[in-house]
Write a protein that binds this ligand. Structure first.
Ligand code: SF4
Ligand code: SF4
Length: 438
């Protein structure tokens, strides 16, 4: 039977064998946690604790600034020993709270447990906002905002993203295998918030055990599990919607424009914890992997844990590190140091050794057209990148540069090793700056 998918995209080696059969382990707490106020799309939260304060796990340490923002919580109990800029995974120092763990890991007693049956949609959304729930596939968009479409946008379908199309990453795979009841509970809460019945979990066919398990467990809840062809970037929202429903999100539009809300399976699990246990988003599953790690693992990590601590728990570095990436190799963020903390969007830590990747210098475009054939948005990456290099902002805008989802497929496939996505990212910044001025 042919599996559903989207047009375009490519098939990089999935390299998941490093960790796909490794059960989730709990990474022990470090002595100190560095918790940045900026861990989501939208306005960074405002720090509301001071040096010397004693905090409990789950206590708010930074308050949201506006609707598109979420609070940040202490990830363990202990003492605030610094409030200052610390190196952030984005590559620059940003305001952070440093907590010296007291080793008790005591939850804030004021956190409330709830039965979702007894709450309406507004009350449930408020709980998710207070718990700091954001998209855990890496996008970190606040969940309560996604779940608040304007009245004219009628939502009829919830899609759960269990695709995990980034090579190397296996955290969502293990979560689906090991903690499926949390995911299903989260789906039921999401359906209640959206007042809809239709929910589809999309999973790529390279996870047959997860497909089999969730299919059996979801059936009594009238939740569909759909096996999808293995293709990158199927985990991107627009491509997943296309693959599952055949609907196209219009240029410049959002999933709600075609009646869909997409949430990651990890987000669904966090939603269950937020409502039933009252637990804010202070921990997550992440894959620590790659040829530069001695013992690749899937870990339950505490937000704010330094990457070096995760590496140490995985047996240390294998060889000399050549590239450190937070997330997957296609859309992840290159890191300057292992001293940055894991944050809410940290789906993985990937380490390559020197010599594991090509350092071939970029050559001239040979007009092969491969970048165009793989682009999932049907853009012309070579043309937009040329305009970017010439700083021709209007021309790049006319070629829909802003629709680029920065999936990196064009850069990956280019035989001339041109840094296409980097050029396009640069010109997107130029277009946005122009729009702000006009
Ligand atoms: S142009 Fe953008 S969306 Fe298209 S392949 Fe390149 S990075 Fe992906
Ligand atoms: S893939 Fe590279 S070489 Fe081929 S057309 Fe695109 S930019 Fe040019």
């Amino acid at each position: 039977m042919s599996l559903k998918t989207f047009a375009g995209g490519l098939h990089p080696p999935d390299s998941k064998a490093y960790s796909e059969h490794k059960a989730i382990e709990i990474c022990p707490l470090p002595d100190e946690l560095v918790i940045p106020a900026a861990q989501h799309i939208g306005a960074p939260a405002e720090i509301c604790v001071s040096v010397g304060d004693l905090v409990k796990k789950g206590q708010v340490i930074a308050k949201p600034k506006g609707f598109v923002s979420v609070p940040i919580h202490a990830s363990t109990s202990g003492e605030v020993i610094a409030v200052e800029p610390r190196l952030h995974p984005m590559g620059r120092p940003l305001p952070s709270v440093v907590i010296k763990a007291d080793g008790e890991d005591q939850w804030d007693e004021s956190l409330e447990q709830n039965n979702p049956e007894n709450l309406d949609a507004e009350a449930l959304k408020k709980i998710l906002w207070n718990a700091g729930i954001v998209g855990m596939g890496g996008a970190t968009f606040p969940a309560h905002v996604k779940l608040s479409p304007p009245p004219e946008k009628k939502i009829d379908t919830l899609i759960l993203n269990g695709v995990e199309c980034e090579p190397y990453l296996t955290a969502d795979h293990r979560l689906m295998l090991e903690e499926s009841e949390r995911i299903i509970d989260g789906i039921n809460i999401l359906r209640k918030i959206l007042s809809i019945d239709t929910a589809v979990v999309g999973i790529e066919a390279n996870k047959p055990d997860a497909i089999e398990k969730l299919t059996a467990e979801c059936a009594p809840h009238n939740i569909t599990v759909m096996a999808l062809e293995v293709k990158y970037p199927q985990g991107a929202e627009k491509q997943l919607i296309d693959a599952v429903t055949g609907r196209q999100v219009p240029s410049g539009g959002l999933p709600m424009d075609c009646g869909v809300v997409v949430q990651n399976v990890g987000t669904a699990a966090a939603i269950s914890d937020a409502v039933r246990l009252g637990h804010p988003l202070v921990e997550r599953i992440a894959t620590v992997t790659g040829p530069g790690i001695k013992e690749p693992k899937n870990l339950k990590i505490t937000i704010g844990t330094p990457l070096s601590h995760l590496v140490e728990f995985c047996g240390g570095l294998e060889g000399e590190p050549g590239k450190i990436i937070m997330g997957g190799p296609m859309m992840g963020q290159t890191q300057l140091s292992l001293e940055v903390p894991a944050i809410r969007g940290t789906s993985g830590l990937l380490i390559f050794r020197k010599g594991d990747f090509s350092t071939k210098p970029a050559g001239p475009c040979i007009r092969c057209g491969r970048c165009i054939s793989v682009c999932p948005i049907h853009l012309q990456p070579t043309t937009i990148a040329t305009y970017a290099r010439l700083d021709m902002v209007d021309e790049a805008e006319n070629y829909h540069a802003l629709d680029c989802i920065e999936c990196g497929s064009c850069t990956y496939i280019c035989p001339a090793t041109l840094p296409l996505v980097q050029s396009i990212r640069h010109i997107k910044g130029g277009i946005m700056a122009k729009r702000r001025k006009s």
